[in-house]
Design a protein around this ligand. Structure first.
Ligand code: NAG
Ligand code: NAG
Length: 290
């Protein structure tokens, strides 16, 4: 409650400042539009490597903008050619998103991304509250890759919902609506594929796919620390669990701060780690790293 109150006060202060002075605020359109590059880079690299064995450095080096090559990303062992094809299409969509954002704002170079097996297995261990043995490998097979894909696009989606009402400029809102639409579509496809398989036991853990998603969603709620904004596939809600949404089936919204807490895995926007060993790039993410 106290934190919520403080954030409202800060928000009001920011809005007053932006209406009374021309000074650039941290939540300016430019900053809000560049922030999602952090997640789009992660998704682009994870999907590109997973489906082709190569990343932006090979496919669109100019988009990496001189940022370091991701750690530990690799080709996944897909058996199902349809899943691989879908992931490849997601990769191309993310490349488009990077281009669309960078055509609008200058943005920043690709941050250092840790997409290694251990980076994912740490998140999964945290979600289970104990180390899984053998440790979870996102690249091992179709179902593991889909579970790993459950981790990130949804977080981006909630960020776009959160950014939209803060944007001043109609063309900024149009860009974010376009990004949000396709991110939501990706999330729906991932959830749909997992939903069909929710009773499957993930080898060799003997734990169902549904339980994996529930635990990941609970972890994200816990790390974000602003209440329930996430629902696994086995959770029971009045409107079902194929898609996540509030009591009116409206998409949940998250602030950049909440997103950083989740993707850093630290629950703290000032403590980088997880997929971003050196933190995110851009004005908003850097403003928390002193
Ligand atoms: C809105 O943003 C676009 C680019 O993002 C810019 O070209 C345009 O001038 C802005 N319009 C207003 C009214 O600020
Ligand atoms: C976040 O980390 C900083 C130190 O980097 C610490 O001062 C602060 O208390 C932490 N916040 C929470 C909510 O744990």
């Amino acid at each position: 409650m106290a934190i919520h109150y403080i954030s409202i006060v800060v928000l009001i202060a920011v809005l007053v400042a932006s209406s009374t002075a021309a000074s650039e605020t941290i939540l300016s359109d430019v900053n809000l539009l560049e922030f999602p590059l952090n997640l789009e880079y992660l998704e682009a690299e994870f999907f590109l490597y997973g489906s082709t064995g190569h990343g932006l450095d090979k496919i669109s080096p100019e988009l990496a903008d001189g940022g370091p090559t991701p750690i530990g990303a690799k080709l996944a062992k897909f058996n199902d050619i349809v899943i691989r094809d879908i992931i490849y299409q997601f990769a191309l969509q993310e490349v488009g998103h990077l281009r669309a954002i960078k055509n609008t704002v200058i943005g920043f170079p690709r941050p250092l991304l840790d997409l290694s097996q251990s980076s994912f297995s740490k998140v999964i261990d945290k979600a289970f509250g104990r180390p899984l043995r053998p440790s979870f490998d996102p690249y091992a097979n179709d179902i593991n890759y889909l579970i790993a894909s459950y981790l990130i696009p949804y977080v981006g989606l909630t960020g776009y919902v959160g950014a939209n009402p803060l944007l001043q400029n109609a063309s900024s809102r149009q860009l974010v609506a376009g990004l949000l639409g396709v991110e939501s579509g990706q999330d729906a496809v991932i959830r749909g594929l997992l939903y069909e398989r929710r009773a499957w036991k993930v080898n060799p853990y003997g734990v169902t796919v549904g339980e994996f998603t529930d635990r990941i969603s609970k972890l994200r709620n816990q790390l974000g620390n602003e209440g329930v904004k996430d629902e696994g596939l086995d959770e029971t809600f009045s409107s079902g669990s194929i898609l996540a949404g509030d009591k009116y089936s409206l998409a949940y919204s998250r602030t950049p701060k909440e997103i950083l807490r989740i993707v850093y895995g630290s629950g703290n926007e000032t403590v980088p780690g997880g997929f971003y060993p050196k933190g995110g790039n851009g004005h908003i993410a850097r403003s928390y790293l002193k």
